[in-house]
Write a protein that binds this ligand. Structure first.
Ligand code: SF4
Length: 477
């Protein structure tokens, strides 16, 4: 997905940009960089993050970076932020999102005489496409409007100029951008949780399509927010940091509500209710994002929350994710260590945020039974993923037939995607058959998914304001 951070102050703000961007490291795994505007012009540094943290990679560069205006990016795709020279003057851009019509836009621009640098793997970077669209217009404001109008997919971005920063949220608010303030400085961030330790307080979330300009003297809205919003629900389910808020909804709090809803449904279904030996039941979560959901479930049922699987945190940050699937599977297995003392003989209720391919959960089930668990019950915080994301750059494992729910439909129907709406409907027998097929594949004692209605209720915003495309193919923009 990726994250962006920017700060402007009356004094040097390199440390704020450095630590603020580092606090977005859970959002991306491929490239990280910073750019600053100071007395001697623009300076920027970009590094690979595939084998090291942003902080470790960028720290040696800090003596070469100074300025009171700057931006940083953590990216799953492009090397960024990138600098450009145009008739609008010098500027740098950092982006989050996905441009589905990049080929079309670049072909048109090349035909009109533009040229692009491109990345080492031959792709044109999103950042370059945004810069091309900006510099084709008479002002940054017109350029921002052109980005919103011409890009298919989603794009939230920050533009750094020598005078200040333009913070521009995606036209449907698919990804957040939050404005913060402290004495003598302003900041923009993908995550509100990046602010607290740097002394910023949240002013507000930018609205969909809104553009603000922040300078050492203050901030002002340059393009008003649009009405329609489709913020990604997966931010709360998985991507977001627990201490972050988007649209006033806290991530950790949301996860507690999700877990509690699953717990109450289990109680209504009579699942493990009135057991003679409740002390052999425990609730756990797959680290990291399953933990909040599991705490919510355990608290709601009055069952003990335990950690039968613990992540080896000293060397495996969540963000470390090799690009090839085989290595990813190995990393997923190696970083989680089972605790046999807690597992043996117990009935384990385990929560996770979602099931994409199911490989990791299958491993988890094997680990439980390998350590002599009596039962392994899995509860998933969102409905089965039936549609790949078209708006953000998620991992390639979200290709349609990689999704375990789509494999289930193919196996049950003999035809890919047949009657998919009925499989999406939690009250339809086909949905139950799909869940049972997945349960069997993963080797679990029982499996339940959150319903879409309950997921929307847990967010607490009107359904038409959040993106639920992963689950019901609802499509805007
Ligand atoms: S399709 Fe899913 S992951 Fe993509 S923006 Fe919508 S909710 Fe988020």
């Amino acid at each position: 997905m990726g994250g962006i951070f920017g700060a402007v102050g009356k004094h040097d703000c390199v440390n704020d940009i450095f630590y603020g961007t580092d606090y977005l490291s859970h959002l991306g795994t491929k490239r990280g960089g910073m750019a600053v505007s100071g007395p001697s012009g623009f300076a920027w540094k970009i590094h690979k993050l595939e084998s090291n943290y942003f902080r470790n990679q960028l720290e040696p560069d800090l003596p070469e970076l100074s300025g009171n205006i700057g931006i940083g990016a953590i990216s799953d795709t492009d090397a960024q932020p990138l600098p450009f020279t145009s008739h609008l003057g010098r500027f740098c851009v950092a982006t989050v999102g996905r441009i589905n019509n990049g080929d079309e836009l670049t072909a048109q621009a090349v035909h009109n005489g533009c040229c692009f640098g491109g990345s080492s793997d031959g792709d044109i970077r999103s950042t370059e496409i945004v810069a091309m669209l900006l510099s084709a217009e008479k002002s940054f404001e017109d350029g921002i409007r052109a980005v919103h109008e011409k890009i298919k997919g989603s794009c939230t971005f920050i533009i750094m100029t020598p005078e200040g920063l333009y913070g521009c949220r995606d036209k449907l608010g698919r990804t957040p951008l939050i404005l913060g303030q402290k004495k003598d400085a302003f900041a923009l961030s993908s995550e509100s949780s990046a602010f607290q330790n740097l002394g910023y307080t949240t002013v507000r979330d930018l609205g969909p399509g809104e553009a603000v300009f922040i300078s050492p003297d203050g901030y002002e809205t340059r393009i008003a927010a649009r009405k329609a919003m489709q913020i990604c629900t997966f931010l709360w389910v998985y991507y977001g940091y627990p201490s972050s808020n988007y649209e006033g909804v806290n991530v950790e709090d949301f996860r507690y509500r999700c877990g509690a809803t699953l717990a109450q449904r289990d109680i209504r279904d009579g699942f493990l209710v009135g057991e003679k030996n409740p002390e052999d039941i425990l609730v756990g979560g797959i680290p990291d994002s399953g933990i909040g959901h599991a705490i919510g479930y355990a608290n709601s049922r009055g069952l003990p929350y335990r950690r039968p699987i613990v992540k080896y945190t000293p060397t495996w940050p969540r963000s470390f994710m090799p690009q090839n699937q085989q290595s990813r599977n190995l990393v997923a297995r190696m970083k989680l260590i089972p605790n046999r003392t807690l597992i043996e003989g117990r009935r384990i209720i385990f929560l996770d945020d979602s099931i994409v391919r199911g490989t990791q959960l299958k491993d988890n089930a094997r680990v439980f039974f390998g350590n002599k668990a009596a039962e392994a019950h899995m509860r998933i915080a969102c409905p089965p993923l039936l549609h790949p994301c078209e708006f953000l750059n998620f991992s390639s494992s979200r290709a349609t037939l990689e999704l375990i729910a789509r494999k289930a439909i193919l196996a049950l129907e003999g035809v890919e995607g047949r009657d998919i709406d009925r499989y999406a409907d939690a009250s339809d027998p086909r949905h139950a058959a799909m869940v049972e097929w997945i349960r069997e594949q993963l080797g679990l004692t029982s499996l339940k998914f959150q319903t879409l209605d309950d997921l929307v209720k847990a967010v607490g915003l009107p359904k038409e304001r959040i993106c639920t495309h992963c689950w019901d193919a609802s499509s805007w923009g």
